[in-house]
Structures are given as structure tokens and as C-alpha cells.
Design a protein around this ligand. Structure first.
Ligand code: HEM
Length: 526
């Protein structure tokens, strides 16, 4: 029988059974007296309106409930004490089944999915010493974008260029694989093609079948109904990544030759075959496969950089000031330390990541009952005041990254404005945000926060440094036309062309002084 029909039959039967059980048992949730919006749908509750969570925060306060999958009560909070508790108790708060399954369908069970702390010993691969070594790759790809765009005077989609650059970077830095997506010859790379097919598929009807698989676990034993093209793309990804892992394992075991590759995959494998590492901490081949890095580190960094260029294009004075600072450094090939010593570049990157976090929300699910302490008590629907929230096992907890980053209570009345100078004096209220970096939630906090944040910061700096020296940026559309795509990564999109997907059209005018430098420095001229 067709897999889609089997899916529907099992789903209908399971739904009928579930309805019967809930009607008879009527379980009550510990969150039932918490204020919050009313449900919009029996299946998805308020999940479709989650982008409105900042409005809910204004209306219901810092801690409120909403309805999640199958109308179950879910919690949302910007309370910094509560967030600290949730993010640091990784044995109680896990990534929920929906997020876990969504990722595993996409990349396989890997680092992103490993609960517990076992991957933490791998952190040196993402430490400052190694990121310093990788800076040359970031700068090289930033220069390739400049060269590629140098001859185009018509509006171009900077998001597209940045996305190709960050894919190339993660390929080279992650596992010494050249996607070569920035190359001008238009030739497509096999792995790059497979990757775009799978990315495209992720947002289609696949989501519906993934949801069914979360609700009705028996369906997970059935293959996903996917097209021939997607199946082929998955098999290409598997074949190439398995080959890479084997080659690198072999090289790492025999330490062949003098030339030693320093990509992330090699470093992870080396740590894994270290005889001093207990068996329990080693990873299977699947665990180390670098596809995780592709998913986690590619679109996030390109979107963040695109938002930085957007902010600078509507603030010409800031753009000028940043360009002057970057041009004052007399090199086209800066090191990590040189980039980190540019104070205005640092402030622009911080302000971009605060105001435009690439991931605007994330979720956790409780695996046991818990009590969450609050710094600001809430008043329940019966008028009672509470300084903690009782929460049941199996409850979804929404972590509103963007709402915390943009909170007026934390950042002041001008929280919604792009102001790099705010970083000269960080408000005391912001010091309580439990974020891993710069008093913001962008990379999250606690043991399961982003391990690639240093990588990403230096990559963003290298891209902005190179591009702002080479071009003057101007939006090719009215600024009001630019909004953020309602998707897992917050890419820019045009209100007037939502059907065209994410894009950021800009006019790039080669900067005269840079051109002068480029002409002197003939390696840029082909
Ligand atoms: C601006 C760029 C980036 C942002 C905003 C970002 C943000 C995040 C966030 C919010 C999480 C936690 C997700 C959750 O638990 O729900 C995360 C996890 C992760 N990120 Fe990033 N990330 C960025 C770049 C990168 C890069 C460049 C890499 C790798 C090269 C990377 C690798 C990872 C990995 C492996 C995890 C999972 C960590 C774990 O499960 O313990 N990220 N990232």
C-alpha cells in the first residue's frame, strides 16, 4: 500500500484512541491557572501564532502559558532566573521530540541531538586557538565575494552571496571539502546540489509527515514519503560524508605525512581515537559526521551578516565610521586578533546579533516534574501571586530568544533601535541574562548552548571587514519592504515579494579608496 495512505490510516486510528483517553481521563496541568492566550486549533494550539510571543509578553507578563501540540499547556518565559534554571538543568530540560525528530530526519542522529554532555570534551575544536587558525579561510571567502561582485552595478541579492560564502567556509573549515559555490563558472558541486534539494524539501509537506511521526510513534518505523530526488540527495550526502569520515579516520590513525589537516572533522576524530578517552565518551561514525556543522553553522551566520549589512545600509553614518575603522588597519588579510581589536566592528556585530538573532526561539521539554524559580512573581488567573512555576513532566517550554534580546525592561526604552554605542556601557539588568556570550540569548546559554559561536563571530567579522572596505552598501528597496521570514532561521525577505523567498537586494558601489588599494595590490585584479 502507498506509504501516504498507511500514514493517514494509522494517524486516524491513533487520534480516535487518543480522543477517547483524554475525554475519559481529562488530565489537569500544573500550568492551568497561568494567564495566556486562548487556543486557536485542537491540533496545533497556538503554535502557528508563536511569532506573536512578544505581544503575548506585553499582554500577559514575563511568564505565561500558551497551547502547544494537541492543545497541551506550554510555558513561555523571559524571566532571567527562570531561563538560567531551564538552560542549566539539561537533565530535566531536553530538546523536544518534534525538534529532535525534525533534525534527525534531516541530518541523521548526530552531535546536535546528543543529549547529555558527552560531546563537550570535543570543544577544543571550536576554541579560540583553532578559530584563529581558520581565520584565513573566512578572509579568503570574503575576498572571493568581493571579486565576484566587483563588476555588478545592478541590485544584487547579498543574502545569496553570503549564503554561498558561509557554505564554502563551513565545507572547508568543517571538513576540508570545497563546495566551491562562489565560483564564477556556474558549475554545480554534487554535495552542494544535494544539500539544496534537502533544504528545499525540509519546508514542504515533509513537515506534516514529521508532525504525524511525533504524534504517533509507530509511524517512525515507516520510511518518509519522499521524492526520488530527495532519496538520491540523501544517499549522496551519506556516501560523501561516510567517505570523508573514513578517509580522515585513516589519516588520523596513521598520522600520514607531515601535512596535517586541521579541519573540525579531523580534530573531532583525533579526539575520538585518543587512547586516554574512556570508551563511553567516544562517538560513533554517525556522531562525528560533519553534517551537523553544515546545518547549524551555515544559514545562521549568513543571515546574521546580511542583517548587519541591512542595519548599516540604513545608517550611513555608522557605515562610514565602520569603514574608516576597518580601512585604518593596513592589511587585506587580517588575523583573528586584529579583527578582535577593532572596537566599532565588535559593537556592530554585537548589536546585530542582539537585534537580529538568526534563531528567534527555541524549545525544551521537561522529562520530569519540576519547580522553576522566578525573579519576578506572576499573578495567576485567580489573583494569587507566585514566586515559582510548577511544571509537569512532558511540558514544552518556549525560550523566546528575540524577545529577551529586545526586552525594554532589560535594555531600556531604546531596545528596538540599532545602537552599537550601547555596548560602551551594558545596563546592569542585562548582566543577568544567562546567555553564553555578550549578555544576549542569541547563542543560548548553559551546557547546550552553541558550540560554534567563536567560529561564527570571527567569520562575521571577516566578512563585514572585507565587504565594508570594498563597497558602499545601499538598500535597493524601501527599508519598510524588508521583513523577516517566518521560518526557523530569520532570513530577510521582501513584503512585496514573499513568494520569491528570502532575499536582500542591495546596490553595491565599489568604494574608491579601496579600489585605489586594490589597483596597487594586483592580486585582486584578474
Ligand atoms: C550566528 C550564527 C549562529 C547562531 C545564532 C547559532 C545559534 C545556536 C543556538 C541558539 C543553538 C542552541 C539551539 C538549541 O539548543 O535549541 C546552537 C547550537 C549549536 N550550534 Fe550554533 N549558532 C550559530 C553558528 C554556529 C556555527 C558556525 C556552528 C558550527 C561551526 C554551530 C554549531 C552548533 C552546534 C553543533 C550546536 C549544538 C550544540 C549542542 O547541542 O550542544 N553554530 N547554535
Amino acid at each position: 500500500m502507498d506509504a501516504k495512505l498507511v500514514y493517514l490510516a494509522v494517524a486516524i486510528a491513533a487520534y480516535a484512541k487518543w480522543r477517547l483517553i483524554t475525554l475519559v481521563l481529562r488530565p489537569t496541568s500544573s500550568l492551568r491557572h497561568l494567564p495566556g492566550p486562548t487556543s486557536r486549533s485542537w491540533l496545533l494550539g497556538n503554535l502557528r501564532q508563536l511569532h506573536a510571543s512578544s505581544k503575548w509578553l506585553e499582554h500577559y507578563g514575563d511568564t505565561f502559558k500558551f497551547k502547544g501540540l494537541l492543545n497541551a499547556d506550554a510555558l513561555c518565559t523571559v524571566d532571567t532566573r527562570a531561563l538560567h534554571h531551564i538552560l542549566n538543568n539539561t537533565t530535566t530540560y531536553h530538546r523536544p521530540e518534534l525538534a529532535r525528530l525534525g533534525i534527525s530526519e534531516f541530518v541523521g542522529e548526530g552531535l546536535l541531538l546528543a543529549e547529555g554532555e558527552r560531546h563537550r570534551q570535543q570543544n577544543p575544536a571550536f576554541g579560540p586557538a583553532h578559530v584563529r587558525e581558520l581565520t584565513g579561510i573566512f578572509v579568503q571567502k570574503a575576498n572571493e565575494i568581493s571579486v565576484a561582485r566587483d563588476r555588478e552595478m545592478a541590485p544584487i541579492d547579498v543574502l545569496d552571496g553570503l549564503s554561498k560564502a558561509t557554505l564554502d567556509v563551513i565545507g572547508l573549515a568543517g571538513f576540508n571539502y570545497d563546495f566551491d559555490s562562489l565560483s564564477l563558472d556556474g558549475q554545480k558541486n554534487e554535495l552542494n546540489e544535494a544539500f539544496s534539494v534537502i533544504f528545499g524539501y525540509g519546508s514542504s509537506s515533509a513537515s506534516f509527515f514529521k508532525l504525524l511521526r511525533v504524534l504517533f510513534p509507530p509511524l517512525r518505523y515507516l520510511p518518509m514519503p519522499e521524492t526520488k530526488e530527495v532519496r538520491k540527495a540523501h544517499s549522496i550526502m551519506r556516501r560523501i560524508s561516510t567517505r570523508l569520515v573514513h578517509e580522515k579516520k585513516d589519516a588520523a590513525t596513521h598520522k600520514q605525512g607531515e601535512v596535517h589537516q586541521r579541519d573540525l572533522l579531523t580534530l573531532l576524530i583525533e579526539a575520538n581515537i585518543d587512547l586516554n578517552l574512556p570508551e563511553s565518551q567516544r562517538m560513533s561514525d554517525e556522531d562525528v559526521i560533519a553534517r551537523d556543522f553544515l546545518v547549524a553553522g551555515h544559514e545562521t551566520t549568513s543571515s546574521a551578516t546580511a542583517w548587519a549589512l541591512y542595519a548599516l545600509s540604513i545608517e550611513p553614518d555608522m557605515q562610514r565610521r565602520l569603514r574608516e575603522e576597518c580601512l585604518a588597519l593596513a592589511t587585506d588579510d587580517p588575523t583573528m586578533d586584529e579583527l578582535n581589536e577593532l572596537p566599532y566592528l565588535e559593537a556592530v556585530v554585537r548589536e546585530t546579533l542582539r537585534l537580529h538573532p538568526p534563531l528567534n526561539n527555541t524549545v525544551r521539554e521537561t522529562v520530569k516534574d519540576d519547580i522553576i524559580p522566578l525573579s519576578k512573581p506572576y499573578v495567576d488567573v485567580r489573583g494569587k501571586v507566585h514566586d515559582h512555576v510548577k511544571i509537569d513532566k512532558g511540558t514544552m517550554v518556549q525560550i523566546p530568544i528575540m524577545a529577551v534580546n529586545r526586552s525594554k525592561a532589560i535594555w531600556g526604552e531604546d531596545a528596538l533601535e540599532f545602537k552599537p554605542e550601547r555596548w560602551d556601557k551594558v545596563p546592569e539588568t542585562a548582566q543577568r541574562v544567562p546567555g553564553t556570550w555578550a549578555n544576549m540569548m542569541t547563542f543560548l546559554g548553559g551546557p547546550r548552548s552553541c558550540i560554534g559561536y567563536r567560529f561564527s563571530l570571527v567569520e562575521m567579522k571577516a566578512l563585514i571587514f572585507t565587504l565594508i572596505r570594498a563597497f558602499e552598501f545601499e538598500l535597493a528597496v524601501p527599508k519598510e519592504d524588508v521583513t523577516r521570514q517566518n521560518a526557523s532561521v530569520q532570513r530577510p525577505i521582501l513584503r512585496s515579494a514573499m513568494d520569491k523567498g528570502s532575499q536582500l537586494p542591495m546596490l553595491l558601489k565599489p568604494y574608491q579608496r579601496t579600489r585605489h588599494i586594490l589597483l596597487e595590490d594586483s592580486h585582486y585584479i584578474q
